[in-house]
Design a protein around this ligand. Structure first.
Ligand code: PLP
Length: 380
């Protein structure tokens, strides 16, 4: 990467694809109209935004009007939870302790304000949601529920069967929201097929710009707006649309959708190579260790000892960008996800990959790790 790091922190953010930058540039220079304005430049900007919306909708197989542009994953999750609880008059939120903070803290806030009861679904040791427990919880809650469960966990890569979860939710007339921030742009989606009622998306996780994303809202769901103002985005998200970033996001998704097969194969290969190496130097894998887990994430656990206690810092100093927990829990130590699966006492390292990573980088990082762990263990 540009900063001369081996960048294995792609679950935190990804480098922007140069073709995305190119697509955005005209909207940061000559084409600066406001899409709400009725003048010529404004009408051109409106057309640009609506073309991007249609492109995204056609890739995900949904109606363009179901796509509400936002500032990213955090805002989309807030909108989903808060507006669904207010708009659909839901009285319970069911979620998991391993959700991203944007879901967890929002659910806790709704509960704290007395707007909804809060229940957590059981997880297994790998952090996978136990759907029989979800069924049981829905059976035993009074009133209508919002189920907020992520498609793939950003720290340990545990995945959820969206279609099965939606079937359970439908049976209990619950609304199903899924944080798909780590999967849209990495897996093909067909939102016409038993999909969640709402999903949240963030462009910077698939080589698009930061600060832009969207909330997909299935047809007929009466949600309420969080922001009052000019009534943009069908009255659901007031504020001038971020035209350049919306164009960049649509371009990034288009590129991703054209490359799913080859990128997935390439990244799976890198993950497998690094995993084998990590196992050989005494690490264990956090989260599910199978083909069905999120292929972009590999979370390894090292026992805490003299050789490993400064591993995160030492890797950083050696020019390897990785993550100890979620980069998104800014300023907080430890990881609520590791705590939820009982791995908080170890040295946990999340390696996360993108199409720009190479096998040479994997080899370089494994050599550095070997140096830091194996040799240090011998001398101590
Ligand atoms: N949800 C998940 C699973 C994430 O990994 C992230 C980002 O780290 C977010 C939500 C937040 O997205 P954003 O950075 O666009 O607010």
């Amino acid at each position: 990467m540009g900063l001369n790091y081996v960048y294995f922190d792609n679950a935190a953010t990804t480098p922007v694809d140069p073709q995305v930058v190119e697509a955005m540039l005209p909207y940061l220079t000559d084409q600066y109209g406001n899409p709400t304005a009725s003048n010529g430049p404004g009408r051109m900007a409106r057309l640009t935004v609506e073309t991007a919306r249609k492109k995204i909708a056609s890739i995900l197989n949904c109606k363009p009007q179901s796509i509400i542009f936002t500032s990213g994953g955090t805002e989309s999750a807030n909108m989903a939870l808060r507006s669904a609880v207010a708009g659909v008059r839901l009285s319970n939120v069911i979620t998991a302790r391993t959700e991203h903070a944007c879901v967890l803290q929002t659910a806790r806030n709704l509960h704290f304000r007395g707007q909804a009861s809060l229940n957590y679904v059981q997880l297994n040791r790998e952090g996978e949601v136990q759907l029989t427990d979800l069924d049981h919880l829905l059976e035993n809650t009074h009133g209508r529920s919002l189920v907020a469960l992520m498609h793939a966990n950003n720290e340990i890569g545990a995945m959820l069967d969206l279609s099965l979860t939606q079937e359970i939710c439908r049976r209990h007339k619950a609304i199903f929201f899924s944080d798909t921030v780590q999967t849209v742009g990495h897996y093909p989606f067909d939102l016409s097929q038993n999909a969640p009622d709402m999903i949240s998306v963030s462009a910077h996780k698939f080589h698009g710009p930061k600060g832009v994303g969207f909330l997909y809202i299935g047809q007929g769901l009466p949600v309420q707006s969080l922001l009052t103002g000019g009534g943009q985005e069908s009255g659901l998200r007031s504020g001038t649309e971020n035209v350049a970033s919306i164009v960049g996001m649509a371009k990034a998704l288009e590129i991703a959708s054209e490359r799913y097969v080859s990128d997935t194969m390439h990244i799976r290969l890198l993950k497998h190579a690094l995993k084998e190496k990590l196992l050989s130097i005494g690490a264990m894998i956090n989260g599910p260790d199978n083909e069905a887990s999120l292929y972009t994430v590999l979370n390894a656990r090292f026992p805490k000892n003299e050789a490993t206690e400064n591993l995160l810092l030492e890797l950083d100093m050696a020019g390897v960008a990785i993550s100890g927990g979620s980069a998104c829990s800014a300023g907080k130590s430890g990881s609520h996800v590791m705590e939820a699966i009982g791995a908080a006492d170890c040295i946990n390292i999340r390696f996360s990959f993108s199409r720009y990573n190479t096998l040479e980088e994997v080899n370089k990082v494994t050599a550095i790790l070997e140096e830091l762990i194996v040799k240090e263990t011998i001398t101590t």
